[in-house]
Design a protein around this ligand. Structure first.
Ligand code: G3I
Length: 566
């Protein structure tokens, strides 16, 4: 923000202020409507007031006819203890010792626990003081104390850390091209769920090869891409069709996989008898009628798969895409208009969770959305606010899903991980539910390599965070994806792509880190007293098969526990 003249009302400053832009002048924050009222100017971490100085009588000033305060909330809705900057820049000047510059005045400064981080020019020696003038107003005054250069100007803004994007580590998946260990084996070792959206209507679920084979052998959890949505399970009022959803559950039972349910209350794929477009109440249902429609649906569908489906996306995509409201009201969120939100109200979410929990108390219940992946986005902030509200209301929510429908170049690993971590702080799981990464430019030579590196980076975030136990890919092969530009792990001939190999590599490396527990060298001399095997549910077994826990007991009582594949 720049220019001289005036700004009224309340101003939140995240970026820089430069009075009079490149010429010199005073920027006023004042309310011309009434002398009485005062404006509020809030400076956020690393905001920067840039004042240019030409001479002791000609320099930039900021005058705030009101309250000057500091908020530690960043533009990314993160918190930071970094102070605002006040930068002094010189135009072609000749200053003298004791020249003073009242760079900023404010009727009042709120709080004493903050101050400016002064950025000095690379000339002269300076002191900068906070003072009060005779009327008690707050001033920031800079003074030249010597014509010699002190080196004060060598400290630059943010000089201490560089968190700019350094590119992706040189992931190496060459070994994985010949390692036929399925993804799920390594995920099992790590106690993680690697999953995929299966589409029973696209391929023969009775086979062990082709897409079905990949779905079954590579993943330890699956979700129906469309089979468990409202229009599929209750195409007509109170008449349920479980053909597709049963197929998904059947595939999972064949391949010893878990199933997650997607989704019970959504504005899309609702049958015509509920709403012609998921938004309009073209049947003029009352609030009560819509509540009972949703309740009946949830009790029937969740009840049908009680004990067979481990978790549900109870509500999907409830947030409006425009969440600018959080800029002015940091704890707010705005629901998208839908047959449920508009004609029942926000409490359709609470009711849906409570009913799902009553229908299957063991099932873990999630809310799911897109555009909420990265710390800093207004929708991501609104999502966090909604989840906090549900927790505060005592709703039985296990966590939230980040759909992660991305395009290469969009990923910000740091912001994704920060986002997932903050949910851990409020006791919430934060899982990756519908990952696909389309190629921004399919024709560039390194397109698939870049895609592979981004899949690898997300897999590492998934593996590093205990409150992110599950990562699902939204489909098997590019030709059957809901979107263009080859977003998935397998190409249209079902050949694994570099993206598959890098996800494999990250799982393998992490799993090997777990299984290769170093044996203290001294044990080599000792004789082994006993070796016991336990299955993954902890039962002692004399006929170990598949993934087992091996306990080696040495004569000196040392016990080494490792995981092995028998
Ligand atoms: O089953 C009918 C078939 O009978 C008909 O011949 C065919 C022709 O139109 O349509 C088939 O239904 C399609 C269905 O996919 C099954 O292929 C629907 O038209 C089509 O709209 C539906 O698309 C699904 C989309 O959700 C609907 O919104 C995509 O497969 C599915 O990947 C996508 O998944 C959503 C998640 O549920 C929520 N998050 C975003 C994600 C992508 O949009």
């Amino acid at each position: 923000m720049g220019g001289n003249g005036s700004v009224a009302s309340a101003t939140e400053v995240y970026g820089s202020i430069k009075p009079a832009n490149d010429s010199l002048g005073t920027l006023y924050f004042t309310d011309y409507q009434s002398d009485a009222s005062q404006v509020n100017v809030t400076l956020h971490p690393e905001s920067n007031i840039i004042c240019q100085i030409s001479s002791a009588n000609n320099y930039d000033k900021v005058q705030i006819d009101g309250l000057l305060s500091y908020s530690n909330r960043t533009e990314d809705f993160d918190t930071s203890e970094k102070m605002p900057y006040l930068s002094i820049e010189l135009t072609d000047t000749m200053l003298t010792v004791n020249d003073e510059f009242v760079l900023l005045t404010a009727t009042e400064k709120s709080g004493t626990d903050w101050g400016f981080n002064i950025i000095y020019p690379k000339a002269y020696t300076w002191v900068t003081e906070e003072r009060q003038d005779s009327s008690g107003s707050y001033m920031v005054v800079a003074k030249v104390t010597s014509l010699d250069y002190s080196g004060q100007g060598d400290i630059e803004i943010g000089g201490d850390e560089d968190n700019t994007f350094q590119g992706y580590p040189n992931d190496d998946w060459s070994y994985d091209i010949t390692d036929n260990t399925p993804l799920r084996t390594y995920a099992d070792i790590l106690g993680k769920k690697i999953g995929v959206a299966a589409a029973s209507y696209r391929y023969d679920c009775s086979r062990n090869d082709g897409e079905t084979g990949l779905v079954g052998n590579q993943f330890n959890i699956i979700v129906g891409e469309n089979e468990m949505k409202f229009d599929a399970t209750e195409p007509n009022k109170n008449s349920f069709n479980y053909g597709g959803s049963d197929a998904i559950v059947w595939v999972a039972s064949r391949f010893n996989q878990e199933v997650r349910g997607h989704t019970l209350a959504w504005h899309s794929q609702v049958p015509e008898w509920v709403s012609q477009d998921g938004k309009k109440n073209n049947h003029n249902y009352t609030r009560q009628e819509l509540l009972s429609i949703l309740k009946n649906h949830i009790f029937n569908v969740v009840g049908k798969y009680k004990g067979k489906i481990v978790e549900w996306d109870v509500c999907n995509e409830v947030l409006d895409d425009d969440q600018s409201i959080v800029r002015t009201n940091p704890d707010a969120y705005k629901l998208r208009p839908s047959i449920w939100a508009t004609y029942i109200g926000e409490d359709f979410i609470d009711s849906a969770f409570v009913w799902a929990h009553q229908a299957d108390p063991q099932a873990k219940l999630y809310i799911n959305d897109y555009g909420v992946e990265f710390m800093g986005g207004t929708k991501s902030e609104a999502y966090y606010n909604l989840v906090k509200r549900l927790i505060k209301s005592g709703i039985p929510i296990e966590g939230c899903g980040l759909q992660c429908h991305l395009t290469t170049g969009e990923l910000d690993t740091l912001k994704l991980e920060k986002n997932i971590k903050r949910y851990a702080e409020i006791g919430m799981k934060c899982i990756i539910t519908e990952l696909d990464i389309a190629l921004a430019n399919p024709y560039s030579t390194d397109a698939l390599e870049r895609q592979a590196k981004e899949y690898g980076a997300i897999t590492r975030v998934f593996l590093r965070n205990d409150n992110c136990p599950t990562m699902l890919i939204w489909g098997i092969s590019d030709n059957h994806s809901w979107r263009q530009n080859q977003p998935l792990l397998y190409n249209s001939s079902l050949k694994p792509k570099p993206a598959y190999y890098n996800v494999h590599a990250q799982l393998r490396i992490a799993a090997n880190r777990v299984t290769s527990v170093e044996k203290p060298s001294s044990l080599d001399e000792l004789s082994i007293k006993e070796i016991r095997f336990y299955n993954m549910t902890g039962q002692l077994t004399t006929n170990p098969s598949g993934l087992v826990i091996k306990q080696t007991i040495y004569t000196n009582g040392t016990v080494i526990t490792t995981k092995e594949i028998k």
